[in-house]
Design a protein around this ligand. Structure first.
Ligand code: ZN
Length: 146
């Protein structure tokens, strides 16, 4: 499967000063000003794509479907909230089906603690106030000991 490069794709040369959330950058899909997501292709040359809150989910799905890999960063509470939801539902689902091994169960508190810590560390970089679901997640897991 081939991937046609977007004409808006930014080819970054050397600078690492690119962040997902940039009120001045334009979305690669719709052109709106203000991005929250960044996707950096794995393969050279270094290419960085940026998207707004609305366009990122579709782009993420398209990249996944096309098997295009890279690193991504999303600085939007909406997606943190979605992530927390997926994690919590995944855990509940695995428990309900008895799919977790004792080792996996034992490793969970530390993993959740790590996630909570990472979200908290990046909190000031996200847009707007922290959603309550995310706040509860952090509250529940930040004190867990590894
Ligand atoms: Zn957009």
């Amino acid at each position: 499967m081939s991937h046609r490069e977007s004409s808006h794709t930014v080819v970054v040369t050397g600078s690492d000063q690119v962040t997902a959330r940039d009120p001045n950058a334009r979305c690669d899909t719709c052109g709106v000003q203000g991005t929250i997501a960044l996707f950096e292709h794995d393969k050279p040359p270094r290419q960085v794509e940026r998207y707004c809150d609305n366009c990122w989910p579709a782009r993420r799905d398209a990249l996944e479907a096309a098997g295009i890999y890279g690193g991504w960063e999303v600085l939007s509470w909406r997606f943190v909230e979605e992530f927390v939801e997926i994690v919590e539902e995944g855990i509940a689902d695995n428990r309900a089906r008895g799919k977790n091994t004792p080792e996996q169960e034992a490793a969970l508190p530390a993993q959740l603690h790590q996630m909570a810590t990472e979200i908290l560390q990046g909190a000031t970089e996200y847009d707007g106030p922290m959603p309550s679901r995310v706040a509860h997640f952090i509250e529940r897991h930040r004190s867990a000991t590894a």
